[in-house]
Design a protein around this ligand. Sequence first.
Ligand SMILES: Cc1cc2nc3c(=O)[nH]c(=O)nc-3n(C[C@H](O)[C@H](O)[C@H](O)COP(=O)(O)OP(=O)(O)OC[C@H]3O[C@@H](n4cnc5c(N)ncnc54)[C@H](O)[C@@H]3O)c2cc1C
Length: 431
Amino acid sequence: MADDYDVVIVGGRCAGASLAIRLARAGLRVCVLDRAHFPSDVPSTHGIQPAGVAILRELGCYETLAALTDPIERATVVVDDARIEFEGATELLGAPMLNLRRSALDAVLLEAAVTAGADVRTRTVVTGLREEEGRVAGVVTPEGPVRARLVVGADGARSTVARLVGSAEYCRTPPERLFLWAYLEGTEHPPGHVWIGRIGDHGYLASPTDGGAFLAVVAPAMSRRAEVLADRQAAFDEGLRGWPELEAVVAPGRRIGPLHTVPDWRGFFRRSAGPGWVLVGDAGHMKDPTPGQGIADALRQTTALAPVVVEGLTARDAPALDAGLRRWWGWRDRDAWAMYWFARELGAAGPVPLLTAEVMRRVAADPRRRTQLLRVLNHDVPPGRLVTAPLAARALAGALRRSPGRRIQLLREARTAVTDELRHLRPPVPA
Ligand SMILES: Cc1cc2nc3c(=O)[nH]c(=O)nc-3n(C[C@H](O)[C@H](O)[C@H](O)COP(=O)(O)OP(=O)(O)OC[C@H]3O[C@@H](n4cnc5c(N)ncnc54)[C@H](O)[C@@H]3O)c2cc1C
């Protein structure tokens, strides 16, 4: 006889555990299965946008997490010669940023799921799905089947649930950069400060993290993959030399552990709902990690998904549940769409386009636009509200004046920007 639940969630990290907390608190019988042991890391860096931190607060996890590291209130953002300093994230955005290793974040979330009443089983791998009357009705594990009225795939970009239901991907994008990062001790840095940069052909992210460590990430172009993997230290050092200010912060530090890398990822959307199943977090959608959106997005998605699940399961009306899940999937695509393409633009390989550099100079020079940039990165407003047509036109005119000899390059960049904008107006309607 299989164990019997309302919901089985495959994957117990930011997507799975946050959903489990909400569903268990609503009185549903929830089982979370994860093949990992906890605490443990996933190959990812881990800046959590203030919008995500606000959700962690709502879930009751903020105090525990903020005790593990200084909340981040200040930022230095550099795009080539444009420099922006921010102060007071909480005042501007309602919450600070947090930078916590996943071993810390996910363990706290999973513990909260247990406290809420979820049955959490770690070191348990899901290998198959159960079906009843044409619906997914649970999962198969080596320890036996687990029956449930809804199966949630919160099992990351290589989702087993997505594979088993045959979920197709759409709007795929190849990776442009690989991410290379180190944890250091003994660095000399102000507390609660994050550095975000795009200089030359490198991306950067750095800030203090839990356990008194400092995280420094450099992101060279994917075209250099073989060379970077052959000598990670040389590639990391070379990247740091591209931003001397960050290099100076890191210089007194000693590396703890290896240099980490994710040399292989891609952007995609997946069909994310069907009879008795739904995909959330990276299982359903993955974007370029450059603007650090994935964790806050997972929390945002489960906030929107939980009431749909509670309502559908409480009504005991399977067609209504399926329709609610499909509507949620459509919302997820609309919610993620503009940021998906903006993230791809931010993470694009190659030097900063002349037009982008000019736009950023204008953003840096205008306090209202600086705040708007923060709001865009926090997923409060779409990128189009920052880079408006008049701003883009003025930036193009300014860049043509600044670099008259690069006229053809600039006009090409402008044409690409307009074409991309038109191609990416709205997400495809799920069939
Ligand atoms: C290089 C890189 C850098 C990033 N940097 C940032 C950043 O700075 N900020 C940010 O917000 N986001 C960042 N992201 C994105 C972020 O890591 C993801 O969006 C986030 O991890 C998604 O969480 P999740 O819960 O959906 O999936 P995951 O964190 O991938 O968790 C999935 C879980 O499912 C479990 N699982 C998988 N298959 C099975 C199975 N068959 N049975 C049982 N369990 C299973 C796994 O063990 C795992 O614990 C980055 C990503 C990458 C690749």
